[in-house]
Design a binder for this molecule. Structure first.
Ligand code: ADP
Ligand code: MG
Length: 228
């Protein structure tokens, strides 16, 4: 079997509010292998977003190791973490966070141009990704001219635009109605598969979680394998 893209060992994270300390992650261990789509479930407030932020090198954990493609990122400087993140990790959030003034095509092309790809190559890849997600006819639309499901598809294309090895999605269909959620999730699933990324997807929706390769549940700061 191929080596995991993401390995987490003994991750701990607490938040201080006033003189109280809330321990949200209390020894989390996980791995995600290339091509594997892993669901992350748990009630609101159980720490799913905290875990994804730590995995995405957006925050320093209090303790534990975060190993991305074999490299222990726990002790890297902020600058080095940013470099690993840009080169390796794609994010999708519950809200699309697309740039309002830009078309769908430009929203997906821009991050590639920032990473050094030519405008022509970036636009070609953007067109390819958006077409794969069923948005061929929407590439010239701005976010406000698209439905919630279409906006979220653009956000998925943007997250994958630079060919990350790891996709982290935080309730990516949380703002969508059930029917649209299923359709968008199917798109994410198919594209993640064809791109061969390792994906960790937080969701409230157990019906969607059933389609994932494995599901992990956050309970009392730990992860447990979950059968659905
Ligand atoms: P989930 O995504 O599963 O809803 P979160 O990771 O967002 O859970 O939050 C877990 C817990 O940590 C919640 O009780 C939340 O209020 C708390 N929390 C999250 N971020 C912070 C923060 N920056 N400061 C204080 N408490 C926080
Ligand atoms: Mg959350």
């Amino acid at each position: 079997m191929s080596d995991p893209v993401l390995t987490i060992r003994g991750l701990r994270r607490s938040y201080k509010s006033g003189d109280k300390v809330l321990t949200v992650l209390n020894g989390v261990d996980l791995y995600v292998r290339p091509g594997e789509i892993v669901g992350l479930i748990g009630p609101s407030g159980s720490g799913k977003s905290s875990l994804l932020h730590a995995a995405g090198l957006l925050e320093h954990p209090d303790a534990g190791q975060i190993i991305v493609e074999g490299r222990d990122c726990s002790d890297l400087s902020d600058r080095q973490r940013t470099r690993v993140r840009l080169a390796t990790i794609g994010f999708v959030y519950q809200a699309h966070h697309l740039l309002a003034e830009f078309t769908a095509l430009d929203n997906v092309a821009l991050p590639q141009m920032i990473a050094g790809r030519s405008r022509k190559a970036a636009r070609a890849r953007a067109l390819d990704l958006l077409s794969n997600l069923g948005l061929r006819e929407r590439v010239d639309h701005q976010p406000a001219q698209m439905s919630g499901g279409e906006q979220q598809r653009v956000a998925i294309a943007r997250a994958l635009a630079n060919g990350p090895r790891l996709l982290l999605a935080d309730e990516p269909t949380g703002n969508l109605d059930p029917h649209t959620s299923t359709a968008v999730f199917d798109s994410l699933y198919a594209l993640a598969r064809s791109e061969g990324v390792a994906a960790l997807v937080a969701t409230h929706n157990l019906e969607l979680a059933k389609h994932m390769d494995r599901v992990l549940a956050l309970k009392d700061g730990h992860l447990e394998a979950q059968k659905l």
